[in-house]
Design a protein around this ligand. Structure first.
Ligand SMILES: Cc1cc2nc3c(=O)[nH]c(=O)nc-3n(C[C@H](O)[C@H](O)[C@H](O)COP(=O)(O)OP(=O)(O)OC[C@H]3O[C@@H](n4cnc5c(N)ncnc54)[C@H](O)[C@@H]3O)c2cc1C
Length: 388
């Protein structure tokens, strides 16, 4: 698969970076994946190594301490990591999700302060949009921010926040004008030690257990007025512009998990003998293998195409990519769930046992049709663009 990536237009340096990511995933991530899942602990050591190898610098511009990689390279890196451990891929995925609004909408001071810390991996970041009563309908959020002198006072809560309690900076969306609907929402950069900011419930999850997901609570939480990202009222636009650009990362995570499951199952099919021959020799199995290989490749094309459009949009600001981004997320995650399910089936009873990685992959992949907008919401985005 590594060599095939060259055909997607990576230059030599980019190909080299992907090879480094793949080697790291093979040597350092793969041996840890089962233990990360069982312990439910964030993989701090792998995060450090990823920072040293500059993986966390990939999504950030070189002017702010990053290495300014293309979106295509970022999604390929996420895919390679997810092939071995979904939780570890989310270290890069979450940093990209929360860093993107700062890259897009931060002022120079904010970018110079936050981005180098994120790029070096000294700080983790979080993106806090979802609330207990406002999930798919994020625009109905209830968390408020009221200006008092030179501070804003935040009250409310967010939940299901990746890196909650770990992130030194969180992009928090709150309502500054209760009458203005989605135009009354503002994005704030809230640091971990802001007075009145605390971490609530830590979730126990089905999969991606090495990624911490928590509630965040704001009780008269004060942030300086200059902690606003963009302008007052821009928050919803910022939230959506971010998700348009980061959904291909979720798609790549799904693709990577499924690719890992598929490869594992193929080896199994070749070595497991029943009815006097390897089960890979059964045509009924081969038809499934053919479909899985084709669907994975179709998903890969959608994911890479969305990433390439996002890259092109830097020079062509009018280029639209919401639909392609949503298609990639919807199709890749649904394909991945199906492929992992079949790969598990290939292992028969062994697939169900925790000694084998398939059951972990099966649990891990199930998040991908849910977060960063459920696949029902992706369908709304795709249909809206189609009907324009
Ligand atoms: C592990 C994990 C990590 C997460 N990390 C983050 C994070 O870092 N930051 C963050 O802000 N959020 C995060 N989320 C939240 C995630 O984005 C939301 O869970 C998701 O957007 C869905 O919201 P909900 O759970 O409230 O479901 P709901 O919105 O209540 O939806 C329930 C069901 O109804 C369907 N539905 C809703 N509206 C419609 C409609 N109009 N048409 C058709 N079907 C509809 C949905 O598709 C879904 O199937 C995370 C979630 C999880 C589980």
């Amino acid at each position: 698969m590594t060599s095939r990536k060259a055909s997607y237009g990576l230059n030599e340096d980019e190909q080299e970076m992907i090879n480094v990511v793949r080697e790291f995933a093979e040597q350092h991530v793969a041996p840890r994946a089962a233990e990360i899942d069982q312990s439910g602990q964030f993989p701090w050591d792998l995060k450090e190594q990823m920072a040293e190898l500059d993986f966390l610098a990939l999504p950030f511009p070189s002017a702010y301490g990053g290495i300014g990689a293309s979106d295509l390279l970022v999604v390929m890196a996420v895919e390679e990591l997810a092939r071995r451990c979904a939780s570890t891929s989310l270290v890069l995925g979450a940093q990209t999700l929360a860093g993107t609004p700062i890259v897009l909408f931060g002022n120079e001071q904010q970018k110079h302060y936050y981005l180098p810390r994120l790029a070096k991996g000294e700080w983790l970041a979080a993106y806090a949009l979802t609330e207990p009563e406002a999930g798919s309908d994020a625009g109905s959020m209830r968390t408020t921010a009221v200006k008092k002198g030179d501070v804003y006072v935040l009250n409310g809560s967010k939940h299901f926040i990746t890196n909650g309690g770990l992130a030194q900076v969180t992009v928090v969306f709150a309502r500054t004008d209760p009458q203005a609907g989605t135009r009354g929402i503002t994005a704030f950069l809230v640091e971990k030690d802001a007075p009145g900011f605390s971490v609530g419930k830590v979730e126990h999850k089905m999969g991606i257990r090495g990624s911490q997901t928590t509630e965040l609570v704001f009780t008269d939480c004060e942030v300086p007025a200059d902690a606003i990202l963009g302008r007052e009222g821009d928050g919803f636009k910022i939230a959506m512009a971010t998700l348009d650009r980061t959904r291909p990362c979720v798609a790549a995570q799904a693709l990577g998990i499924a690719q890992g499951a598929f490869e594992y199952a193929l080896e199994y099919l070749k070595t497991r003998t029943q009815f006097g021959k390897p089960i890979a020799d059964q045509q009924g199995i081969q038809f499934m293998v053919a479909e899985m290989a084709t669907e994975l490749e179709a998903a890969r094309l959608l994911v890479y195409r969305a990433a390439m459009l996002i890259d092109r949009s830097q020079d062509e600001p009018d280029l639209r990519f919401s639909q392609e981004s949503a298609m990639a997320k919807m199709y890749a995650s649904e394909t991945a769930v199906r492929v992992v399910d079949r790969a598990l089936q290939f292992l028969g009873g062994y697939g169900y046992m925790t000694e084998y990685p398939l059951e972990r992959m099966y649990r891990d992949v199930r998040i991908t049709p849910i977060y960063e907008g459920t696949n029902q919401i992706q369908r709304l985005v795709i249909a809206r663009e189609a009907l324009r």
